[in-house]
Structure formats: structure tokens, C-alpha cells
Design a protein around this ligand. Structure first.
Ligand SMILES: Cc1ncc(COP(=O)(O)O)c(C=O)c1O
Length: 491
């Protein structure tokens, strides 16, 4: 084949001027977003059919100018997203990222750093080691503990359970059993299925009245399994459930696991970072006793997606579980002290995820993070305080680590089904309105409204106005429900 001289476009290159124009446009767009987010709608207002119509096209053979593409992005994409970092976004787990994190991702992506091997980027590996060690220290794990950054809580849980399977079972999973409460995040079940366990090996125990794992139930289940030839090997505890922020009795569970020689994995993807503040520290006593821990910087540590982290009590466990030595990577074999992160987890090629948390901590400082986390916890307590003064709301679970659940209770007796419907409708109306966004969840057959208030940019006025809207929507739905019932009765 003859080599031809390619034009700069065919080299996928922009001129310096073009790069600057596009780069400044991107940065300006982001700055505008961060500065104006408070006044934006939390939810998209566009129908999916319109989105499809605007975006679908055949593969562009010839390119167009970056400015035209930016315009399309601005008009059709970024203006039509649910803003998980909006100060009035209270649904699911909000993701209040920070600008430094976004810039760090731009740098990591621009330099395209391969954060798999030490030799490829020694300083990047050191930054990951340092940042992991900061998280280890914050969670009070011992000096020999280690970890790595992954894409999020799901991957952290999968990585941790893979280590548990390897270290505890030498990957022989037949008859092995795993225990956790019915409040545990679905990513645990998914991870177990991926790892080859089936439903007969999973003991999903009913949670207590505070939505926590009952140690007595766990004991009974484990004893029963031992007695019937099963092999109990792992308990998954929650450090802040997604539904209610509940924390399982971590110290008690750790004692039990030590006695019975069980692996204790703690899913702290939502709540573990609360350990940075006083209140979190007292609720999370025992976190340091885990064998493995998931935590998510893209939730409570204000990082852009994707930033999850898994910590394990003995850093060598990761390497023992994941290390493979393909011939073509033998040149990259680490010397003493060097760490190839691709030996420590599932990914070979991996981005420099540590950079964003490292930069954010360096620039804002730990104290700013402590205050921001404290604020998120206090905001949920404010919600609870306000709701307790009203006659139409029932607090279902009190404010815990930034999550509160509550229910609109109509003035007149209505069946549970109808109350559930009213609460779902309140959420739908709020989403449609776009001023704020919250979600529902199901707790013991009741549909409840759930607010997660971890965004430090949320103001007291945001909370008060959101609650006014909710009450208004609740009253409206109650009237509609009574009228419909009246019509049905007279029909
Ligand atoms: C407790 C808990 N574990 C795991 C996850 C999964 O995390 P991710 O969405 O980052 O994969 C979540 C997500 O909300 C969570 O709240």
C-alpha cells in the first residue's frame, strides 16, 4: 500500500487556533453551567421522540465545524438532561461534582494517561497510592490496607466480592452462602450472580424496624447453614443504605464475622464518606473492622463520574486475586515498590481517576470536604424539622446521613393503595415541574417520598420551597383522589 500525505483533518488534527477556540468554548460552557445551575430546571422537558428526531442521522462521511457540533450539544443535549448536580436534585443519590474535578478529568483525558502500570506513569501511580492511602486513613483501616479506584460503587462491590471469593473460598463456590439485609443495594446481588453464585446461595434477610440487618437473624441463618452442610463465607453490611441511610450494626457484625470466620464486606458507597464529620464518625463506628469496603467519591466526595473506590484490609489480597502476567506486558513488570494497578483489579487499561479527588483535596483542603458533608447531613435534618410541623406529612424514617423518607397522609382515611398512588403522583408532578427532583422508594409495602440532601450548594430556601411544592401537589392529588372515588361511587 502506498502511503499518502494526509491532510490535517485526516490526521484527526485541529490547528492551534481551532483547538483554542473549541477549548475556550468548552470551558466557557462549563463555567456558565456551574454559575447558573441554581436557576435551571432539574429535569429535562423534552419527549424522547423529539430527542430521537433531532439526533438520529447516518454516519457523517465528511465532518462539520466544531462550532456547529457544540451548538447542537448546547441546544439538544446539555439543555435536556436531569441535572444530578443541581442544588434541588434530591432524587436517588445526587452527584454534586465540583469544577476542579471536571478540569482534572479533562487533563487526565487530554494527556490520556494509562494508569494501569507504574512504568507508564510513575507519578500518576504514586498519586493513586497517596489518594487511596488518604481514604484508608480517613476510614481508619490499618497501614497494610490497600485499594484502587474503579468506576463506581457497583464495580467496587464486584471487585471486593471477587477478592472475598478468592481469599476465602479459593474460588470454590459450591455450597458457599452470603448474607445481607433486604435493604442492600442491588449491585451486590448482581456482583454475586456475575461471580457464579446462584439465588440458593444468597440469604437476603428481612431488615428490622430501622431497616438494619438483625444480628440475631444472621446468627440463626449461619447456624442453620452450617448444620445443613452449607459453607457460610461472607456477610455484606451497609454503611448507609440507599433507601434510608440506615447503618447496620457494624461492630457487632464484625465480632460475629471474626468468631465465625466470615468475610465482612461493607458497602459504604453511599455513606462511608460521612466519616469525615463528627456525626458520621459516631454512626459509622466499626467501619474500620471490615475486610473490604466500597466508597464512592462520585457521591459524597463531590467528584465527577466515574469515581468509585474499593479498599481491602490487606493490600496484597488484590494482587493475589487479580494478577495475571501476559507475555506482551512482561516489559512492564514492576520493580520493588512499584505498583501496576492492572494487577489489582478487573481493568487493564484504566484512566487516571485518582487525579480528580487528589486535585480537589489539594485545592479545597479536607476541612472544606468535612464542612460540605456536614451540611448535607444537616439539610436532611432541616427537612425533618419542617415536616414535623405539618399535619399532612408522616416521617417514615428520620434524617440519617443525608437521607429522609416521608409520606403524604391524606386528611381522610384512604386505603394504602391510594396513599401510595398519591405519593407517586406527587413525585411525578415535581419531576414534571422541574423546580426540584426527588424520588420514591418502597418501604414495607408503602411508597414513600425520599429526599437525599447531600449537595452543599442547597440552601434553606431551596428546601422550604421544595417542601411547599410537595405539600401543594399532595393536597391537589388528595382532592383528585377523593373526587374520582366520589364519581366512581355515584356511577
Ligand atoms: C449503597 C450503594 N451501593 C452501591 C451503589 C452503586 O453505585 P454506582 O451507581 O456508583 O455503581 C449505590 C448507588 O447508589 C449505593 O447507594
Amino acid at each position: 500500500m502506498n502511503l499518502t500525505t494526509l491532510t490535517s483533518k485526516n490526521l484527526l488534527k485541529l490547528s492551534r487556533k481551532e483547538m483554542q477556540t473549541l477549548g475556550y468554548q468548552v470551558i466557557d460552557l462549563l463555567i456558565d453551567h456551574f454559575e447558573t445551575i441554581h436557576s435551571k430546571s432539574t429535569t429535562p422537558k423534552i419527549e424522547s421522540s423529539v430527542v430521537k428526531e433531532r439526533l438520529y442521522e447516518s454516519i457523517p462521511k465528511k465532518g462539520i465545524s466544531p462550532q456547529l457540533v457544540m451548538q447542537q450539544l448546547q441546544n439538544d443535549v446539555f439543555s435536556n438532561v436531569m441535572h444530578h448536580n443541581h442544588p434541588r436534585f434530591f432524587a436517588y443519590v445526587p452527584s454534586p461534582n465540583n469544577f476542579i474535578s471536571a478540569m482534572a478529568d479533562t487533563l487526565a483525558s487530554g494527556f490520556n494517561i494509562f494508569a494501569g502500570s507504574y512504568k507508564a506513569a510513575p507519578a500518576a501511580a504514586e498519586i493513586e497510592l497517596i489518594t487511596i492511602d488518604w481514604l484508608r486513613q480517613l476510614c481508619n483501616l490499618p497501614a497494610g490496607a490497600g485499594g484502587l479506584f474503579v468506576s463506581g460503587g457497583t464495580m467496587a462491590n464486584l471487585t471486593a466480592l471477587t477478592v472475598a471469593r478468592h481469599i476465602k473460598l479459593q474460588n470454590q463456590i459450591k455450597n458457599a452462602a452470603v448474607y445481607y439485609s433486604d435493604q442492600t443495594h442491588s449491585s451486590i446481588e448482581r456482583a454475586l450472580y456475575i461471580l457464579g453464585f446462584d439465588h440458593t446461595q444468597i440469604r437476603k434477610l428481612p431488615s428490622d424496624e430501622n431497616f438494619c440487618l438483625r444480628v440475631s437473624d444472621l446468627k440463626n441463618a449461619v447456624l442453620k447453614d452450617w448444620a445443613t452442610g452449607k459453607f457460610p463465607f461472607c456477610v455484606v453490611a451497609n454503611a448507609g443504605t440507599t433507601n434510608t441511610g440506615a447503618v447496620d450494626p457494624l461492630s457487632e457484625l464484625s465480632n460475629f464475622c471474626l468468631r465465625e470466620d466470615l468475610w465482612l464486606h461493607i458497602d459504604g458507597a453511599y455513606g462511608a464518606a460521612s466519616i469525615l464529620c463528627e456525626q458520621g464518625r459516631s454512626v459509622l463506628k466499626g467501619l474500620e473492622l471490615c475486610d473490604s469496603l466500597s466508597l464512592d467519591p462520585h457521591k459524597r466526595l463531590f467528584q465527577s463520574y466515574e469515581a468509585g473506590c474499593v479498599l481491602v484490609r490487606n493490600g496484597n489480597w488484590l494482587k493475589e486475586t487479580f494478577c495475571m502476567r501476559p507475555e506482551y506486558l512482561s516489559d512492564l513488570e514492576p520493580q520493588q515498590e512499584e505498583v501496576n494497578f492492572y494487577d489489582y483489579g478487573i481493568q487493564l487499561t484504566r484512566s487516571f481517576r485518582a487525579l480528580k479527588l487528589w486535585m480537589s483535596l489539594k485545592i479545597f483542603g479536607l476541612e472544606a470536604f468535612e464542612k460540605a458533608i456536614e451540611q448535607g447531613i444537616a439539610l436532611a435534618e432541616l427537612v425533618e424539622q419542617i415536616l414535623r410541623l405539618s399535619t399532612v406529612w408522616k416521617i417514615v424514617t428520620p434524617a440519617q446521613l443525608g437521607v429522609i423518607t416521608f409520606q403524604y397522609i391524606p386528611e381522610f382515611d384512604l386505603p394504602l393503595k391510594e396513599i401510595n398512588l398519591i405519593n407517586s403522583k406527587i413525585m411525578e408532578r415535581m419531576a414534571k415541574n422541574g423546580f426540584a427532583m426527588l424520588s420514591t422508594t418502597k418501604l414495607k409495602n408503602s411508597i414513600v417520598l425520599r429526599m437525599c440532601t447531600i449537595n452543599p450548594w442547597t440552601t434553606e430556601a431551596d428546601i422550604r420551597e421544595t417542601l411547599q411544592y410537595l405539600e401543594y401537589f399532595g393536597r391537589l392529588e388528595e382532592i383528585l383522589s377523593r373526587n374520582i372515588r366520589g364519581i366512581l361511587r355515584s356511577a
